[in-house]
Design a protein around this ligand. Sequence first.
Ligand code: NDP
Length: 253
Amino acid sequence: MPKTILVTGGGRGIGRAVALAFAEPGHLVAIAARTRAQLEDTADAIAKRGAQPMVLALDVTEERAVADGFDTLRAVSPRIDVLVNNAGIGGGQPLDKTDTASWRRILDTNVWGTFLVTRQAVPLLGEGGRVINMSSVLGRFGVAGYTAYTTSKHAVIGFTRALALELVKRGITVNAVCPGWVDTDMATQGMQNGAEAMGLTLEEFRRRALGRVPIKRIIQPEEVANLVKFLASPEASAITGQTYNICGGQVMN
Ligand code: NDP
């Protein structure tokens, strides 16, 4: 059956891999982010797989832009089957060195943006609908220097649990995914920041960081996409309000 899937942050990284995983003939795959060129590139790749792409160039933190994006989507598809709230930003600084604007920007994007998009999507979801929210292993534990990001990713799990109970009567499931280090621009930037803070080269920081991961390697975006796709499948209909780690054994609860 043709489905409509919306992936925020679908222009690159994990979101792009998720969007491509859903790009099957007959499906409409809408992708939302700020950088139009990256969205267009992902849209081309979606079309090559036989699905219908839709580019929504918007900032998830802007209420009006999100509402306009949903107007565009609704005009083509009055129903959404799967929402993947993946758009997010990283970065961090010790609390005493953090400026209020960047702390707020992280919360706005990762939490407020997730709320704004989900609020628009919920009325369009039908029986069997799926919401999958991208948290992080930093939704499972804290890291010094990352108060905003850690707070935001814990919040995504709380949001997931409460919303799962709100939507259960409509046959809609809501789950969260917590990746460890995934091979994307965000991880490279995070490793670069860590290397600078510790006076290490990027290569040395990466070697040490991945050395602490039990599987001793970085995770590929497609591996996260496979988990998201399973959670979106009919086979996952008994799973709701749950949080899945995909972190090579970094976290075990
Ligand atoms: P990238 O930086 O590669 O991609 C992030 C995506 O989110 C981009 O498409 C970006 O597009 C979009 N985005 C960011 N801000 C906004 C905004 N305000 N409005 C709309 N879109 C936005 O990161 P990843 O792919 O690595 O991360 C994806 C998700 O996975 C994030 O939520 C991240 O926190 C999470 N995660 C990543 C991990 C990793 O190691 N990579 C580990 C754990 C979790 P644009 O900038 O064009 O708007």
